[in-house]
Write a protein that binds this ligand. Structure first.
Ligand code: 2AL
Length: 250
């Protein structure tokens, strides 16, 4: 065992929405790829929206996300398991452990194995948010198109839904029309579809939960921590008022 790391690598995978069933899908995807020397702890946010499908849902979700990090400060790395990567930079300010967002992780993974990828996400509004992320992450050279299937996030948890075949149909369009070599799944609730879609499409399909867990293992293995120089330094101590008082940096 590595003398510098006498314990298993502890990765805390946080579902920033409040739907437990989705956390189970996420935890299964994380554990499927985690090394035997990694311990995955999966958390459901204690506050916020049942699903995150817009800027407002995202903004409100950040308090629950920070709480899930604050209450488990001894994780070696954190994964934000929502494709909007809500609160990613805030979380990186809050801790020295590496924090991975599934959208950023999935896009980087895709860029390693294909010169162009398509993102297939849930609703038109999350498509637009994913387009912002593509630009923010410097991925415009790699992302050929972001597509929406028109399925609300929570429908992915409904076993009677036809979501699976509609997502496959959109991925088939991406392969035919975008000249993409890989598909990035644009929602954590799609994490259980990777193998099915790969079998059907015969191209790589990337779930960001799995990608983020493997990148987190790599960063921890390299002994890398979030930089505290510049804008990711700890938040400055000051008074916060109202319902945010308990989150005031000390
Ligand atoms: C998501 C996701 O991954 N979880 C959630 O609640 N909303 N993202 C999305 N693009 O639909």
């Amino acid at each position: 065992m590595d003398a510098g790391r006498p314990h298993k690598t502890r990765i805390r995978v946080i579902n920033p929405n409040t739907t437990e069933a989705m956390t189970e899908t996420i935890a299964d995807a994380a554990r499927r790829v985690a090394s035997p020397m990694t311990e995955i702890s999966a958390a459901t946010s204690k506050s916020g929206a049942a699903s995150i499908e817009g800027h407002y849902d995202e903004a409100i979700s950040v308090i629950g996300l920070i709480e899930a990090i604050r209450d488990h400060p001894d994780a070696d790395a954190y994964v934000i398991a929502c494709f909007g990567d809500p609160g990613l930079l805030a979380a990186r300010e809050f801790t020295t452990a590496p924090v991975l967002g599934i959208a950023e992780a999935a896009m980087h993974a895709a860029s390693f194995i294909a010169t162009g990828f398509s993102i297939v996400t849930t609703l038109e509004r999350t498509q637009i948010i994913a387009e912002h992320l593509v630009r923010n992450y410097g991925m415009t050279q790699h992302c050929r198109r972001v597509r929406a299937v028109g399925i609300p996030v929570l429908e992915l948890e409904d076993p009677t839904s036809t979501a699976r075949s509609r997502i496959l149909a959109e991925c088939e369009k991406a392969v035919a029309e975008d000249s993409s070599g890989a598909i990035v799944l644009g929602c954590a609730g799609m994490a259980d579809l990777t193998r099915y879609l790969e079998d059907q499409l015969q191209i790589p399909v990337i779930d960001g939960v799995a990608a983020a867990v493997k990148f987190a293992e790599a960063l921890v293995g390299l002994g890398l921590r979030t930089s505290k120089r510049g804008d990711l330094a700890f938040p400055l101590p000051k008074t916060y008022r109202g319902i945010t008082a308990a989150y005031a940096p000390r």
